[in-house]
Design a protein around this ligand. Structure first.
Ligand code: 13P
Length: 341
């Protein structure tokens, strides 16, 4: 493990004004998203869509990295340039999702476990040779009747820590993503408790496995009310609950926290990040950034719709969303900026 390399990469990943695009949807997930818009999911349509995103002019100003899926890291742009090289040419680092998605957690109804540790070391070598500088592993925690259970929280936290250790050994920065789902009718307090618990257990296991906190990035959910509850919390409430929870569970040695959007609208995801950076300016030990998939892609994907003549309009929408979140990184975003565009 070369700690200097890891720290340098992690620092770049959360460099000022920039964030990460998660474009690592598995076949199932991108299929669902395309399906909802009437786009056929084929190797070629997925390639064309991601080429549209990655060739958007000027993305390097707002993006430090993109998380790719196994299929994508092996694909090429229409002019034959490998997609990871397209990103490098934009000043954006390629990363790769390495978990093997979730399965039903055994003997734990309603809960999920993330698989993928088998043969991980070998796969990491291959990805590094293909240009990847960082990786991602997502664990899923569900709030519901009697869940999450300690069984599920611990098993996932342990797997996340082992994954992170394998990555650091291969000089790849691990993005550690324990996601407490927004699905359900739970309160923001229940989300706070589940998030605090999950993060504390995750950092316990990261410590047990000797993971260098200065060479990793945390990708958590925000602390927010369940999607199906009538009692939705306001922007500042989410910002305060999230940061207070993180202050109580994330060591200061971690260079950056890059949130997932988790089913929030694109506007909400920007507003929440902005509020956190505005309200806590100069008082936090880590960078607060974004690593959104849906909140960055929703509009461009809809505009693109699988049609090559829509590429320019989709890229414009994508660039705008990136710019808004770039502003949210410093707390300088305002609703007027949406209208001005
Ligand atoms: P969302 O921003 O759509 O939650 O996706 C982030 C991600 O990478 C999930 O693993």
């Amino acid at each position: 493990m070369n700690l200097q390399t890891l720290e340098k990469t992690a620092g770049e990943m959360v460099s000022p004004g920039r964030g990460i695009l998660a474009a690592d949807e598995s076949f199932g997930t991108i299929g669902k998203r395309f399906d909802a818009l009437g786009i056929e999911s084929t190797e070629e349509s997925r390639r064309a869509y991601r080429e549209m995103l990655f060739t958007t002019e000027g993305i390097g100003e707002f993006l430090s990295g993109v998380i790719l899926f196994d299929e994508t890291i092996r694909q090429e742009a229409s002019d034959g340039t490998p997609l990871p090289q397209v990103l490098l040419d934009q000043g954006v680092m390629p990363g790769i999702k390495v978990d093997g998605s979730t399965v039903d957690m055994p003997l734990a109804p309603g809960e999920k476990f993330t698989q993928g540790l088998d043969k991980l070391a070998g796969r990491l070598e291959e990805y590094r040779e293909m240009g990847a500088r960082f990786t991602k592993w997502r664990a899923v925690i569900t709030i519901g009747d009697g869940i999450p259970t300690a069984r599920c929280v611990d098993a996932n936290a342990h797997a996340l820590a082992l994954y992170a250790a394998f990555c650091q050994e291969a000089d790849l920065v691990p993005i550690v993503e324990p996601e407490v789902l927004i699905d359900g009718d739970h309160s923001i307090e229940q989300c706070y408790d589940a998030t605090e618990w999950t993060l504390n257990r995750t950092f316990d296991y990261l410590y047990e496995h000797g993971v260098e906190l200065s060479g990793m990035i945390l990708k958590p959910n925000m602390v927010i009310s369940g999607k199906e509850t009538a009692n939705q919390s306001g922007v500042e409430e989410v910002a305060h609950a999230t940061v207070e929870c993180l202050l109580r569970s994330v060591p200061a040695a971690v260079p950056g926290i890059a949130f997932l959007s988790g089913g929030q609208s694109a506007l909400q995801a920007t507003q929440h990040l902005n509020a956190m950076n505005r309200l806590y300016e100069g008082r936090l030990p880590w960078e607060l950034s974004f690593s959104y998939a849906r909140a960055l892609q929703e509009q461009p994907m809809e505009i693109w719709g699988g049609e090559s003549e829509k590429v320019e309009a989709a890229q414009k929408a994508f660039h705008h969303r990136l710019k808004m979140n770039g502003a949210a990184r410093t707390g300088s975003y305002s609703d007027d900026m949406e209208e001005a565009a």
